[in-house]
Design a protein around this ligand. Structure first.
Ligand code: UDP
Length: 486
């Protein structure tokens, strides 16, 4: 006879940071939990709920117990334009502290929901450090979701503890990140700014670390075989409790799931699939720099010319800076000349659907962790163009540790809304694209390794795989404790 704990349906609250790079994987996690028989409630704000609800409605109609609870976002109260409910709406540095003020004001409505619904556990985004305290008021375990790799979590911790960059004044000078399984060397110019100067993120990252140490554990969107040394380091050397349950994007199996992930696409998915169907296997480069970054028209022009010079077919997701002159971002006559070779998608593309297509043989990426892992899952080699956040760490990981990518050669970390006018010229872009998509020995090796990683990723999430097993272990543990910490 089963115990009462066996019959109790565990109820998870998932509270993602309002940024596509956090919401998209957290929705996948909610769906994964629901598919394992749990009740999953996603907490978010009105506009984000509209985006997510298409997916959750579909899941609910197929019998999953998944739901959304909406809390208002106080944008206007903190001096942000109405509707600034996610990070991609932040387009000036002055908006950042206001956005985080608004985020902090969510604690009280969040606690009200906890009181009302009494979930068994919470997975909350890293930028809600107060969620640990909120959870403990109700005796509920809180898990942190950073949305990045073990590797980057280990690098960040090492930099925080040992400060190897202290005393270095030149941006060109490098330091070694101490205590890691591999020798990782970084130039000062690639270090996130909050390490170098005191700003809103300096204090916030301290709070994030503190709350992580007080939390029940950490949920990582990665899989053991991808970074075993760092998964071990994180647990054994850094002493954190972690469950790796990814790649969570592999939860999306059919065209509809892949096409409706995140925002609404600006081009019909069938049109994209037909276009890709007309191309040879591994012949197309997919170019996309995530959900928040925007390039200057001059940089876009260089990318367009570099792609044209490479002679490689491409799908390019273009997001301009709103106040730049729209008409200038493409070379003269580009769209006519590239009618067959290139597909330009403005604003939002169904990324996983594209990456999974057999015609796609390379991915030029800004190294956001979701994009990296989606590329790994699809077995597609990478051209790395990091911009901000922990993206330079991710670049080190895929180029140096995994060796499945080539650097385009960006050297300087910048806030996403503060990007340099031009950081890479067309000659370099064209050269790297030709190299990655060509038949050279190194490119073949990279391709082979990328395919092997994709197979490992798929095995990890199948029944009996490492991520599947880690999720089972997590659920079993929570069933035994009843999900309660007191
Ligand atoms: N994404 C997408 N279409 C786009 C741009 C981004 O589907 O046109 C998705 C992408 O698949 C990934 C997420 O948005 O899941 C971006 O997360 P990532 O960590 O790569 O970068 P961020 O946007 O946080 O910088």
């Amino acid at each position: 006879m089963g115990s009462e704990a066996d019959h109790h349906q565990l109820h998870a609250f998932l509270f993602p940071v309002m940024a596509q790079g956090h919401m998209i994987p957290m929705v996948d996690i909610a769906r994964l939990l629901a598919a394992r028989g749990l009740k999953a409630t996603i907490i978010t704000t009105p506009l984000n709920a509209t985006t997510i609800s298409k997916t959750t409605d579909r899941d609910r109609s197929s019998g999953l117990n998944i739901d959304i609870q909406v809390i208002p976002f106080p944008a206007v109260e903190v001096g942000l334009p109405e509707g600034s409910e996610s990070v991609d709406k932040i387009n000036s540095p002055e908006m950042i502290p206001k956005f985080f003020n608004a985020i902090n004001m969510l604690q009280q409505p969040f606690e009200q929901l906890l009181e009302q619904h009494q979930p068994d556990f919470i997975i909350a985004g890293m930028f809600f450090p107060w969620a640990t305290e909120a959870a403990s008021k109700f005796g509920i375990p809180r898990f942190v979701f950073h949305g990045t790799s073990f590797f980057s979590l280990c690098v960040t911790e090492s930099l925080t503890c040992y400060k190897p960059y202290e005393g270095i004044t030149s941006d060109k000078e490098s330091f070694v990140v101490p205590g890691l399984p591999d020798k990782i060397e970084m130039p000062m110019s690639q270090l996130p700014d909050y390490f170098k100067v005191t700003n809103v993120f300096t204090e916030l990252m301290e709070q994030v670390r503190d709350s992580e140490l007080k939390s029940y554990g950490v949920i990582v969107n990665s899989f053991y075989e991808l970074e075993p040394a760092y998964a071990e380091h994180y647990r054994k050397v850094m002493g954190r409790r972690a469950w790796q349950i990814g790649p969570v994007s592999l939860r999306n199996r059919d065209t509809m799931d892949k096409a409706q992930r995140g925002k609404k696409g600006s081009i019909d998915e069938h049109y994209i699939l037909n276009w890709l169907d007309s191309k040879k296997p591994n012949s197309v480069l997919y170019v996309c720099f995530g959900s928040v970054s925007r390039f200057s028209n001059d940089q876009l022009l260089e990318i367009g010319m570099g792609l044209e010079d490479s002679g490689v077919s491409f799908v390019w997701v273009v997001r301009t800076i709103k106040n730049d002159k729209e008409e200038r971002f493409l070379p003269e006559g580009f769209e006519e000349r590239m009618e067959v070779k290139g597909l330009i998608i403005r604003e939002w593309a169904p990324q996983v659907l594209i990456l999974d297509h057999p015609a796609v043989g390379g991915f030029m990426t800004h190294c956001g962790w979701n994009s990296m892992l989606e590329g790994v899952s699809a077995g597609v080699p990478l051209i790395t163009w990091p911009l901000f956040a922990e993206q330079f760490f991710n670049e080190k990981f895929v180029t140096q540790v995994l060796q499945i990518g080539i650097r385009v050669g960006v050297e300087e970390w910048n806030l996403w809304m503060d990007t340099k006018n031009v950081s890479v010229k067309k000659e370099k872009i064209g050269k790297v694209v030709t190299q990655l998509m060509g038949n050279g020995e190194e490119a073949e090796k990279i391709r082979r390794r990328a395919k092997q990683h994709s197979e490992m990723a798929k095995r990890a999430v199948e029944e009996g795989g490492s991520s599947y097993a880690d999720l089972t272990a997590l659920i079993e543990e929570l069933k035994i404790t009843g999900g309660k910490t007191t």
